[in-house]
Every structure is written in C-alpha cells, then in structure tokens.
Design a protein around this ligand. Structure first.
Ligand code: PLP
Length: 427
C-alpha cells in the first residue's frame, strides 16, 4: 500500500503549493485534532501554531462546538437562503447584529472570505447606481493587501503572489501604499478626498495586513481614513476575515481602530474554524438603497448556493456564545502580553531575526540570514520536525495560535521556534 503522502500526491492538488516538490517537503497528513494539537496518520502530535491557516479560534474538538454541530445535524443540514429562511441562521444573524461594529446591520452570508469580499464589492458598486449617482464605480485598495483569490478580490488585493500574471483579468484599482509605509493611512485619506467622485468604496484590512506578512499600523492612524470616507460618502469596507473574532484582542479590529464600516467582511474564525462560512455585514443605510419594487432593478441579484448553511450557522452561533462566556478577548490580551515577553527574551536576540511584530495573537517574525535562501520555509520545516506546525509567508514566520492556547503551550511554541531558527541559521 502506498503511503498517505503518495496517495495524496496522486489525486489532491494543494493550493499555494508547488506539487512537483510537495512530497519532498515532509507534509503532515492529519487524521485527528485535540485541543490545540493536530495528530497525524502516524500518531505524531503537532501544536497548531497557525490555527490551521488562521481559522481555529478555540482549538480542535471543542465539545460545545461538536455538540452544536451534531445537534443541528439532527434537525437539518442546509436549506436555501434564496427567498426563504432558516431558524438557526436567523438566530446567528441576531447574535452577530448585537456585536458587530456596524450601524443597524444586515447580514448576507456566503461560504469563503473571498466570496464575502466579492459581495461587498458588488454591493458597493450597485449602491451608487441605486442611489442614481453616476461615476462612483471604482475602489481604493492598499499596497500589499490580500482579500482572497477570486478575480474581484484579487483586483482589490495587491496580488503579490502572482506578480503581473493575472493583470489582464484584474480591474484597475486606486492604490494607497501598504502598511510598510507609516503614512499609508494619511495618503489613503488624501486619495479618498481627491477621488471621491470616482470611488464607490475603500477596502482595508484594519490594524493588520495578514498575508502581506503581518504588517501593522498603529490603531490611531485609522481614524483619518474613516473620517475621509464619512465626509465623502465613500463606503468603508473593513475586511476582518483574518482579524475578526478576538484575534487582535478585541472582538473586531475595527473597534481598536475606531472604525464603523459600512460593510464588514467576516470569514475564517466565524465558525471557530469548523466549517466554511463567511458574511458581508451591511449598515442599514447601505441595505436601504436596495429596497424597491419586487423583482425590480434595485434588488441585489447575488447569492451562493451554500450561503447560510445551517450546520455552519449552528456552530457559529455557539462559537459566538463561547467567545463571550469564556471572555476570549481578555484571554487573548493576557496571552499576547506573555507572547510579547517570550519573543523579546528568546527570539529578538537571535542574529537572524530582523523584526518582530505582534497584535493580539497575530504575529510576524522577519528572518534574514546572509547567503541563505528560503529561511522562512526551512525554519518552519525545522519547527514541524520538533512538533510545532508553522507555515511562513516568504521569510516571515507567522505566529497565529488558537486563541485558547495555554501558557505552557505558548512557551513550547516559542522554545521550538527559537531552536528552529538557531538550527537553520547558525551556519
Ligand atoms: C484569508 C483572507 C481572505 C480570503 O478568505 P478565504 O476564505 O480564503 O477565501 C480575505 N481577506 C483576508 C484579510 C484574509 O486573510
């Protein structure tokens, strides 16, 4: 019998992965999970240092989430959102409406972060048409931004992964500097004022640009962008797919930034990392622009087959309750302070470490070792051999552990990372 890696390589195509060399990179084939650990087909355990690509908030096999899922399976798995409703989806939307930093919110569900971003782009575009205002049909995005891999999301994003490859498919976007420029929000606010009559919306990742390599701007900087949007009527779209649900220490990063988006995009942590579900949350004044005659042109003709999946909704609802019951944001603040201390003590002094950034439990460590290529990749591979699953963004090691990580696990994470950096870079 072929190994699991061979069987996988024969039939599975992994995203963001060069399949020609995939099997050589000692991939982990997961069979089970437990708490903050993944367990592979050979029974080896790995601390999930990236929350399964920034999704898992409360860990794996959370009894309460498992039972919410099973309970809903005993009622119904899915019924369509097109024209009809579903009880648990109503309950979830009510629960979300109570906590999102959006004015009298209305929730349009989808499956993945990218599809919720697409929804926001479509809504922002049609909003101006419905208001009878011509010409406000373009978007302002940021350098280094990442909003997902569908073509619209790819357009407002900076698409650093593909370079010029998909340029012919992407629609043009007005581009502010990335978060590596400390004045990026000042410039963005100026661009909004200058181009207000062309702009439908601004799309921004509040506080942290995740995929750009965990780039961060001080929370106070964002108010000027919010103000420019407010004064010009330009819709503010906050993409909190990565930062939402406690990741940066408040339930939403927009709150830290003093932003109240017209459209809030949620994904990743919405179901605690259990099931694919995303949402575009629209402020009441946006939603109202779509009200009109039955089947008339003001209708939003957009929707995904699995939108408002009942299994996902049941898990997301229980997840929201747990975030509150366990006061997860407070725990994040505490663990973040501990992590900051550990990084300062054991990571910052290493010669290959160029910069360390952290907001809540979202961190990036830039590595640079003279004459060495793919340091990020090799350090993460060394960490995996030591039982901590990490995946870098270029030469930035990303630390995005589950929000419920324990003090001892955090210690293990940083110790392993330090050992991995030393192993790879001490030539
Ligand atoms: C991951 C991510 C997306 C895309 O979400 P998918 O579920 O992968 O489509 C969009 N925006 C941000 C900020 C993300 O981190």
């Amino acid at each position: 019998m072929a190994s699991w890696v061979e069987r996988d390589a024969a039939v599975v195509w992994h995203g963001f992965t060069q399949m020609a060399s995939w099997a050589e990179n000692a991939p982990v084939i997961v069979e089970r999970g437990e708490g903050r650990e993944l367990i592979d087909v050979d029974g080896r355990r790995y601390l999930d240092g990236i929350s399964s690509l920034w999704l898992t908030t409360l860990g794996h096999r959370v009894p309460e989430l498992d039972s919410a899922l099973v309970g809903q399976a005993g009622r119904i798995a899915h019924s369509t959102m097109l024209g009809n409703g579903n009880r648990v989806v109503v309950e979830l939307a009510e629960a979300l409406a109570r906590v999102v930093p959006v004015e009298r919110p209305h929730v349009l569900f989808a499956g993945d972060g990218a599809s919720a971003v697409e929804q926001a782009l479509r809504i922002a575009f049609q909003y101006w048409v419905n208001l009878g205002v011509g010409g406000r049909a373009s978007y302002l995005g940021f350098g280094g931004a990442y909003h997902g891999d569908t073509v619209g999301a790819l357009s407002v994003g900076d698409d650093a992964f593909n370079g010029p490859l998909f340029e012919p498919l992407r629609f043009p976007v007005l581009r502010a500097p990335g978060f590596d420029r400390p004045d990026c929000l000042k410039v963005a606010a100026e661009l909004v004022r200058e181009h207000a009559d062309e702009l439908a919306a601004v799309v921004v990742e509040p506080l942290v640009q995740g995929a750009a390599g965990m780039l961060m701007v001080a929370a106070e900087q964002f108010a000027q962008l919010g103000e420019a949007c407010h004064q010009t009527g330009t819709l503010l779209v906050c993409d909190e797919v990565a930062t939402g649900f406690g990741r940066t220490g408040t339930l939403f990063a927009s709150q830290r930034c003093g932003l109240r988006p017209d459209l809030l995009v949620l994904g990743k942590g919405l179901t605690g990392g259990y099931l694919p579900m995303s949402a575009t949350v629209a402020a009441d004044h946006v939603y109202r622009a779509f009200l009109g005659e039955d089947l008339g042109p003001r209708t939003l003709y957009h929707g995904h087959s699995y939108a408002g999946n009942a299994l996902a909704a049941a898990v997301a609802l229980e997840h929201l309750r747990l975030l509150e019951r366990w006061d997860v944001p407070a725990g994040v603040a505490e663990r973040s302070a501990q992590l900051r201390g550990l990084l300062r003590e054991r990571i910052v002094p290493l010669p290959a470490v160029r910069e360390v950034r952290l907001e809540g439990l979202m961190g990036g460590i830039d590595l640079e070792a003279a004459g060495q290529e793919r340091v990020g990749r090799r350090v993460c591979a060394a960490a995996v051999r030591r039982g901590v699953l990490l995946r870098p963004l270029g030469d930035t090691v990303v630390l995005v552990p589950p929000l419920t990580i324990t003090s001892a696990e955090l210690d293990r994470l940083v110790s392993v990372l330090a050992a991995a950096i030393v192993e790879v870079t001490a030539a």
